[in-house]
Design a protein around this ligand. Structure first.
Ligand SMILES: Nc1ncnc2c1ncn2[C@@H]1O[C@H](COP(=O)(O)OP(=O)(O)OP(=O)(O)O)[C@@H](O)[C@H]1O
Ligand SMILES: [Mg+2]
Length: 134
């Protein structure tokens, strides 16, 4: 049920940012990791709003880290530390993940920046034959 092209944009933006952060470094690494974590739930408001977010995709780099002054507003549009950056990359990422009912978090220190995306999983309706009798 995910929008493939928009999800590709998400991960291209995250990997591009990681690559930018590694510029001039000769031991730069970008790790992509995926996991299925059925125990992860998000609760907002009451228990009725609980959402399962089992799909986890992590993009990690060992670059310079997000500049301190940028960190609190990095997902807002036009926030950039780059001479030719638009500052729209992460705003778009956050919008697309939000539209998919997911979450994105960032943790950053020099030589360890992690962006973690969590997404819900669509469960196909069970076939009639699988349903138990009422
Ligand atoms: N992996 C990262 N490591 C260090 N800083 C990062 C990382 N990802 C994002 N940032 C910081 O967040 C800012 C905003 O990122 P965003 O992708 O929104 O815009 P941009 O990369 O500056 O511009 P554009 O996406 O148009 O190239 C960046 O300018 C940078 O300072
Ligand atoms: Mg960017």
């Amino acid at each position: 049920m995910g929008e493939k092209d928009r999800l590709i944009q998400v991960f291209l933006n995250l990997v591009k940012n990681a690559a930018d952060a590694l510029e001039g470094q000769n031991d730069g690494e970008i790790h992509l990791q995926t996991a299925y974590r059925p125990g992860v739930h998000l609760a907002m408001g009451g228990a009725r709003d609980r959402m399962a977010l089992p799909l986890e995709i992590t993009v990690r780099d060992n670059g310079v880290g997000v500049p301190r002054e940028i960190f609190p507003s990095m997902f807002e549009p036009f926030v950039t530390s780059k001479a030719k950056g638009t500052g729209l990359g992460l705003a778009l990422v956050a919008k697309i993940i939000g539209d998919h009912g997911g979450t994105i978090e960032c943790e950053s220190e020099p030589r360890r920046t992690v962006f973690q995306v969590r997404l819900p999983m669509h469960r196909a309706p069970r076939a009639k034959s699988e349903r138990s009798a009422p």
